[in-house]
Ligand binder design. Structure first.
Ligand SMILES: Cc1ncc(COP(=O)(O)O)c(C=O)c1O
Length: 370
């Protein structure tokens, strides 16, 4: 099977092999070295000098840790133009007063509305950088710039951007950034990394959930430990995945993700399909996942099932509101030209048979030239 999902992603053989080994103590020097290495590479990935904490849990655990730990800040505003923005709103509601700004899925967030919410007294902005559910890249830098003007804290879900697209936490002035390991980092699911600015600590809330209390992670970091038993096996995998990121170089990795996603988009548009997100001058198409509208004449289920059965390629469906309306092709982690061309060939074959599109593989091939 070839997994083209927006997480969990297809693992590289090196990452799979790294997990097949005996346990080590999580308070041992050996584990400490792994934690140190992972933290150092993650700083580069996030574009920050801030410390990075690792939580055993999926990406949502990282987002909840970021929101809950700094919920002492006061009122939140959340930007919601997809499933994961909405989840941030749901999390924030549990810990703070929140104004949830909701926008149509696949449409840009309205920056004027953000300003108005900040005028009304919001003290923190929580938003998703790369909205996986719609294939939209939200304007992190612009959002952070506005938040800064009002001296508000920024909490960014970088779960499907970090490691695949530019994330410049310090340059943009982001206070908290979160990633899950099963996306662009190229590791299995189960760990979340959270980077935190010094300023965020002013707003620490000691009543946050014990397991997600980032202060406990901060206290243990100088000893190169985590407060509770981490998923050691997943650290073996993450260490290897991050070695691969170092070897490739972050700049090259971002370029590769951009090139692959552009090839998917170019193919789709030239085949006569339409892309789901409608970015404005501030936002953009995602560089890690492409959301394509299902054409009339085939159901989303039929398309995905046929591609899976005949070609062994796993595509992603739409979620919630857009279930049945879109399909998604992720270009995350170690994916290369080979996997992208195989996927487009399979999808094209199934849609061509029903006369629903025009052949367009040449357009993708051209985008993928070295
Ligand atoms: C942007 C974004 N945020 C949050 C999540 C939730 O992450 P997890 O399922 O790892 O908790 C996802 C998962 O797809 C995501 O893509």
């Amino acid at each position: 099977m070839l997994i083209m999902l927006p997480g969990p992603i297809q693992l590289h053989e090196r990452v799979i092999r790294a997990m097949c080994r005996q346990m080590i103590g999580h308070r041992s020097a050996e584990f400490g070295e792994i934690l140190k290495f992972c933290g150092e590479v993650m700083k580069e990935v996030f574009g920050t000098r801030n410390d990075v904490y690792f939580i055993t849990g999926s990406g949502t655990a990282g987002v909840e840790a970021g929101i809950a730990s700094f919920s002492g800040v006061g009122k939140f505003v959340t930007l919601e133009n997809g499933k994961f923005g909405e989840r941030m709103g749901e999390i924030a509601e549990r810990y703070a007063e929140v104004e949830r700004l909701s926008f149509e899925w696949g449409k840009p967030v309205d920056l004027e509305k953000l300003k108005e919410a900040l005028e009304r007294g919001a003290r923190a902005v929580a938003f998703v950088h790369n909205e996986t559910s719609t294939g939209m890249l939200n304007p992190a830098e612009e959002i952070a710039k506005i938040a800064r003007k009002y001296d508000a804290l920024t909490i960014m879900d970088a779960i499907t951007s970090a490691g695949g697209d530019y994330v410049k936490m310090d340059e943009w002035g982001i206070d908290v950034a979160v990633v899950g390991t099963q996306k662009c980092l190229g590791a299995p699911p189960g760990l979340a990394a959270v980077a935190v600015s010094e300023r965020a600590w002013e707003f620490y809330n000691p009543k946050c959930p014990l397991y997600l209390d980032l202060k406990a992670y901060r206290k243990k970091l100088p000893e190169l430990q985590t407060p509770y038993t981490p998923a050691v096996t997943l650290f073996f995998a993450l260490e290897e995945a991050l070695k691969m990121i170092k070897e490739e170089g972050i700049e090259n990795r971002v370029k590769r993700h951009r090139k692959l996603s552009k090839a998917v988009r170019t193919w789709a548009v030239n085949a006569g399909l339409s892309l789901f997100p409608q970015p404005d001058k501030y936002s953009d198409y995602s560089n890690t996942v492409t959301a394509i509208n299902i054409p009339g004449g085939i159901t989303e289920k039929e398309l995905r099932d046929t591609v899976r059965k005949e070609y062994g390629i796993v595509l992603s469906s739409g979620q919630d509101k857009v279930k049945g309306k879109i399909f998604r092709i992720a270009t995350m982690g170690s994916i290369e030209k080979f996997e992208v061309m195989a996927t487009l060939t399979a999808v094209e074959d199934v849609l061509l048979r029903k006369n629903l599109i025009k052949p367009a593989l040449d357009f993708a091939r051209r985008e993928l030239q070295p």
